[in-house]
Design a protein around this ligand. Structure first.
Ligand SMILES: O=C(CO)COP(=O)(O)O
Length: 254
């Protein structure tokens, strides 16, 4: 882990978490406030119902909070939607856009994801743009082509290391306990880096590229040590403070 990019370990709680989950956030915030001296940035993206409470609990710690999705417009007649500005108002600094569950469950295209990333920037949020191939795309040997198409389509021009994070999440690795081989992770992340630089310019060398999909404390060490892996986007294992902190421990030095 010699990269000069400061890593980000981000938790995506998905449609999980109630008021009963708050002690986990208290534990994560407490650890980062009291002696968890690991050089890593930490982020939790709880469901929108808990965002303001999560911010209250974590704002005095180094742990940031974020949304899991945002609308494209700022406000108006869009029942059930939440704008990036509303997330910002509730305390968010980041928002995940284009997660494969949004792409699949809600038919979000690269064009929609691109617009959501720009909505995030409009509100002053960092966009975490998710990309990744399905099982059948991988079996057909299309992984790198899919990643290129998703980068070209989902990542707006104007993306910088300051306003954007990329998360590579192979769809088949999400929630399955399966992970790509280490050479496959290295190949995908090197490809993503090269494509980001091709599309956005040299500044993209400083952009964080997270790996997501069945990350847990027991595999974080080897996954997060891969070149061009600048952190993790963690689902299931982020729901428990001990697992989330166990993953961040992969960056402990010395
Ligand atoms: O989708 C993910 C994070 O956004 C990964 O989920 P899991 O860590 O549960 O596989």
């Amino acid at each position: 882990m010699t990269s000069s990019i400061r890593p980000l370990v981000a938790g995506n709680w998905k449609m999980n978490g109630t008021n009963a989950s708050m002690p986990e956030l208290v534990a994560i915030g407490g650890a980062f406030t009291h002696g968890f001296d690991v050089p890593v940035d930490a982020l939790i993206c709880p469901p929108a119902t808990l965002l303001a409470r999560a911010y209250d609990v974590l704002s005095s710690s180094a742990v940031r909070v974020g949304g899991q999705d945002c609308a494209t417009s700022e406000n108006g007649a869009h029942t059930g939607d939440i704008s990036a500005e509303m997330l910002k108002d509730a305390g968010a600094s980041f928002v995940i856009v284009g997660h494969s569950e949004r792409r699949i469950d809600h038919g979000e295209t690269n064009e929609v994801v691109n617009e959501k990333a720009r909505a995030a920037w409009r509100a002053g949020l960092v966009a975490i743009i998710c990309i990744g191939e399905t099982q059948s795309q991988r079996e057909k040997g299309l992984t790198l082509d899919i990643l290129t198409a998703q980068i070209e389509g989902s990542v707006p021009s104007g993306a910088t290391a300051a306003n954007t994070v990329i998360a590579y999440e192979p769809v088949w690795a999400i929630g399955t306990g399966l992970t790509p081989t280490i050479p496959d992770v290295a190949q995908a992340h090197a490809h993503i880096r090269a494509e980001l630089v091709r599309v956005l310019g040299d500044g993209a060398n400083a952009m964080r590229i997270l790996y997501g999909g069945s990350v847990k404390p027991s595999n974080a060490g080897e996954l997060l040590a891969v070149a061009n892996v600048n952190g993790a986007l963690v689902g299931g294992a982020s729901l428990k403070a001990s697992d989330f902190l166990g993953i961040a421990e992969a960056y402990r030095q010395g």
